[in-house]
Design a protein around this ligand. Structure first.
Ligand code: FAD
Length: 359
């Protein structure tokens, strides 16, 4: 009915997409703010709680978690400023950046919450009310964990963000190769399309190998310039890998979700690295010099993930796992369901006997 119409007729999809962009920028901002609060709690507790003769923050396993939280919260914040700035400009199509912000910040804030629960130990599992009831400070860590979890689901699940970003990355290649990859395209048309694509890729492909990352053009970024060079080199490596994935899987690539997800994760980490380096450089210029260390630690972590994703890009584990699930969905593993141990239900006489013994 007319009275239920939002905006104008025919503008529904546009309105939905605009609304999604807003959510995809505000949720990441909430995650970054949550990251700061989580870091604050971790900081207080890591100094206060003493185990094995030292504050727990001095044990390397706990320190590593706090370093992860601090450096990744910095990256979340950098992404928020970058995407908000782009949004304020008003003339930028930032659907891709907003999707990466949503994906990165919600996954990162969840991981921060998980680290925080671990750092708080048994108290991390307790509600704030229960803690206060025992006379302790009511850190709401259990609540934070629950609230951070939904961010990976609403406004587009992480899986859907991956697919959306992947489509943007692969689409330009797909458009060029579409006719060649379709079996029903007549041979003559295929040949013409191949010649056109061939001419494009003859120039494009070598350009993915040649770059300037080893030259001192990133000098403005000081000690972070090495990471900037890595981003430039790796962006070219990534575009070669997208091309290789297309050659390998052709039209089936859109169903190779795990390959696509790794490609997206690499791209998103590169985006977060660039945002962090730029944010740290700006803060350092304004006098906050140790911001550079946060960006450096973040970039080191991100580079390890990126390298792992490249080395597993075409792992045959994906097919093995997929085949296993097809069998599981067919019911071939029904023997593996249900209770591990059959409970023994005592008879009324046995209960009476036990109670009599206790009395
Ligand atoms: C607290 C809360 C508040 C909400 N608020 C709103 C709101 O204000 N407005 C609104 O419109 N909605 C709202 N929602 C709904 C929310 O947006 C959806 O729950 C969310 O988009 C996921 O959709 P779904 O639950 O139907 O999951 P499904 O689409 O059924 O997905 C189930 C799982 O399958 C995965 N999946 C689905 N399709 C694919 C695919 N093609 N490839 C790979 N994986 C896939 C998903 O990622 C997910 O892991 C809210 C939900 C909650 C819990």
């Amino acid at each position: 009915p007319k009275e239920n119409l939002l905006w104008k007729e025919g503008q529904g999809l546009k309105l939905a997409l605009i609304t999604l962009n807003t959510g995809r920028l505000t949720i990441p901002a909430g995650c970054a703010a949550g990251g700061r609060r989580m870091l604050e709690i971790a900081h207080e507790w890591a100094n206060e709680r003493v185990q094995w003769g030292a504050p727990i923050g001095k044990h390397e396993a706990v320190a590593a978690k706090i370093a992860w939280m601090a450096s990744h919260t910095f990256a979340m914040e950098a992404i928020v400023w970058l995407t908000s700035g782009l949004s304020d400009r008003g003339d930028v199509d930032l659907r891709l950046e907003a999707a990466m912000a949503k994906l990165f910040n919600t996954e990162t804030a969840w991981q921060c919450a998980d680290h925080l629960v671990q750092i708080r130990g048994g108290r991390g599992y307790e509600t704030a009310e229960s803690l206060r009831g025992r006379g302790e400070k009511g850190y709401p860590v259990e609540r934070i964990l629950r609230d951070m979890r939904i961010n990976r689901i609403f406004e587009g699940t992480s899986e859907i963000q991956h697919l959306f970003i992947a489509r943007e990355a692969v689409d330009p290649h797909m458009k060029r190769g579409y006719k060649i990859l379709q079996p029903e395209t007549p041979a003559k048309e295929k040949l013409a399309a191949a010649a056109k694509a061939g001419a494009h890729y003859a120039a494009w492909y070598p350009s993915r190998y040649v770059g300037w990352s080893r030259f001192p053009k990133f000098g403005d970024f000081g000690t972070l310039s090495g990471h900037m060079g890595f981003i430039e080199r790796t962006a070219r490596h990534l575009s070669r890998s997208i091309f290789h994935s297309m050659m390998r899987y052709q039209a089936k690539l859109e169903r190779k979700q795990m390959v696509l997800f790794r490609i997206v994760d690499i791209g998103t980490d590169l985006f977060a690295m660039a945002a962090s380096i730029s944010y740290a450089t700006m803060l350092a210029r304004k006098g906050q010099k140790n911001a550079v260390d946060l960006a450096d630690v973040f970039c080191r972590e991100a580079r390890m993930r990126i390298e792992a994703n490249f080395s597993n890009l075409f792992t045959d584990h994906d097919d093995a796992a997929y085949r296993l699930v097809l069998k599981l969905l067919k019911g071939e593993y029904d023997w593996f369901k249900g209770m591990l141990v059959q409970p023994v239900v005592p008879t009324a006489e046995q209960v009476e006997e036990a109670m009599a013994k206790l009395a």
